[in-house]
Design a protein around this ligand. Structure first.
Ligand SMILES: [Zn+2]
Length: 99
């Protein structure tokens, strides 16, 4: 991620797509189910070994974000419809998820 690149907006672009617009003009369409599977929180990834605790098949294809909040300059907070509400995604991670 270029140092000058930061998110300027996050919007729902479809039933399971979040679109992040970056200051350098790039737009990332992020699959929300993939996003849920990549949750880096202590419930989903072992804090010490970074080993994934969450299996992809544990996340239903029907999971959706119910609340999306920007945490300012460094991250996005997402509450998911499966009751998972501790997901914090750094902008770097989101940028890396973009195809
Ligand atoms: Zn998690």
């Amino acid at each position: 991620m270029a140092p000058s690149s930061r998110p300027v907006s996050v919007e729902k672009a479809g039933p399971r797509t979040l679109r992040v617009a970056w200051s350098d003009g790039l737009k990332s369409d992020i699959d929300v189910v993939e996003l849920r599977r990549r949750c880096p929180c202590a419930h989903c990834v072992d804090e010490f070994t970074r080993r994934p605790l969450l299996k992809p098949e544990d996340v239903s294809d029907t999971v959706r974000p119910v609340r999306v909040r920007s945490l300012g300059r460094y991250a996005l907070s997402v509450d998911f419809s499966d009751g998972h509400s501790s997901s914090i995604f750094s902008w770097d991670l989101l940028r890396g998820l973009a195809p």
